[in-house]
Design a protein around this ligand. Structure first.
Ligand code: WQD
Length: 331
């Protein structure tokens, strides 16, 4: 029988997963990572226990739970590219939804009954009002977002009907990197603003395309709630603690409650980089909404968590990571 209980982190070799695994380890908790390394990086895992494989592999999941004495799970493993999800929906249904259901079945068979799920503010689609609260309508506008909403609902029913306890964390815009510069977001497939700003700043791409300057916002560019990846990691640790204490609401926003525009992010990045960042104005990106940021009252009340890092912390840590790792973990 294992001596200590562990936390299984699926997708723990990925961006948010590796930052969460690192924090939980630093807090003295036993962790074990399950990742296919299809997009994850072994380097990001450091010396933490890594099992290479798929969450849908029943025998592997059960064996890992038994070997490491798993008693809780943080489930990050999923495909996350919104555009790709609209071109290859079947891959997203299979990996994100069927994979999560298979994982749940294996965990229940292994007697593991607590799970924190990596969900997304994109389940709201275009919210009717901001800041958006957890009770807002769930109206996904992409296959990716739909997969997150579907798994949320499965978890809600599992929690309702059995002894299983799950909570879905709806991230806003995850960004930044670990302050020691050792782990961060690999930008090779990134479509998100901040890695693309860094690419333009470092001359690794054409000028940044500011997608739309005619939105009904304070400077015409899109407004989002950027939350530091280390704050996200802390939110998962808090969710695990609260789950161990008892019931939690089914879903909680993880954001800062403050929105920044594309031009404000660009200005912050130029301050940190100490240089002008080449950029051009371009048409709106199809499917983008003007402005969204999260209501944080439930995360404070239910998780006893709030974001502590600023936009400058985000761009400064992202800058440090990308300057030090222009080719991600491969260089
Ligand atoms: C941010 C802003 C763009 C690129 C994403 C995911 C979503 C969720 C949250 C995971 C927007 C503008 C962007 C560029 C730009 N993540 N922009 N030029 O679309 O808010 O949501 O993060 O669950 O699933 O899609 O993030 O970083 O792509 O865009 O002007 O080259 O930056 O229009 O206003 P988004 P983003």
């Amino acid at each position: 029988m294992p001596v200590t209980m562990s936390i299984l982190i699926t997708g723990g070799a990925g961006y948010i997963g590796s930052h969460t695994a690192r924090l939980l380890h630093e807090q003295g908790r036993e962790v074990v990572i399950l990742d296919t390394l299809e997009y994850g990086h072994r380097t990001a895992v450091g010396d933490l226990p890594l099992v290479v494989g798929d969450v849908a592999n029943d025998a592997l999941v059960r064996d890992t739970c038994a070997r490491f004495g798993v008693d809780a799970v943080v489930h990050f493993a999923a495909y996350k590219f919104v555009g790709e999800s609209m071109e290859q929906p079947e891959r997203y249904w299979a990996n994100n939804v069927a994979g999560s259901i298979a994982l749940l079945r294996s965990l229940r068979a292994a007697g593991v009954e607590r799970l924190v799920f990596s969900s997304s503010c994109s389940v709201y689609g275009t919210p009717e009002s901001v800041p958006v609260r957890e009770g807002a309508a769930i109206r996904p506008e992409s296959v990716y977002a739909e997969t997150k909403a579907m798994v949320e609902r499965v978890l809600r029913w599992e929690t309702e009907l059995t002894d299983f306890r799950g909570v879905s964390l709806r991230y806003f815009n995850a960004s930044g990197a670990h302050p020691d510069g050792a782990i961060g977001e690999v930008w090779d497939r990134a479509q998100n603003l901040i890695p693309l700003v860094m690419k333009a700043a470092l001359g690794r791409s054409a000028p940044l395309q500011v997608r739309g300057d005619d939105y009904p916002t304070r400077d015409g560019t899109g407004v989002r709630d950027y939350v530091h990846v280390c704050d996200l990691a802390a939110a998962h640790a808090a969710a695990l603690d609260r789950l161990a204490e008892g019931e939690l609401p089914p879903a909680v926003n993880i954001g800062t409650g403050t929105g920044y525009s594309v031009l404000e992010v660009l200005a912050a990045a130029e301050r940190v980089a100490g240089r002008e960042i080449p950029h051009e104005f371009a048409p709106r990106r199809p499917g983008d909404i003007a402005a969204v940021w999260g209501d944080t009252s439930l995360s404070v009340k239910a998780l006893r968590w709030r974001a502590t890092r600023s936009l400058d912390d985000i761009v400064a840590t992202a800058w440090q990571w990308h300057v030090g790792h222009p080719d991600g973990y491969d260089g």
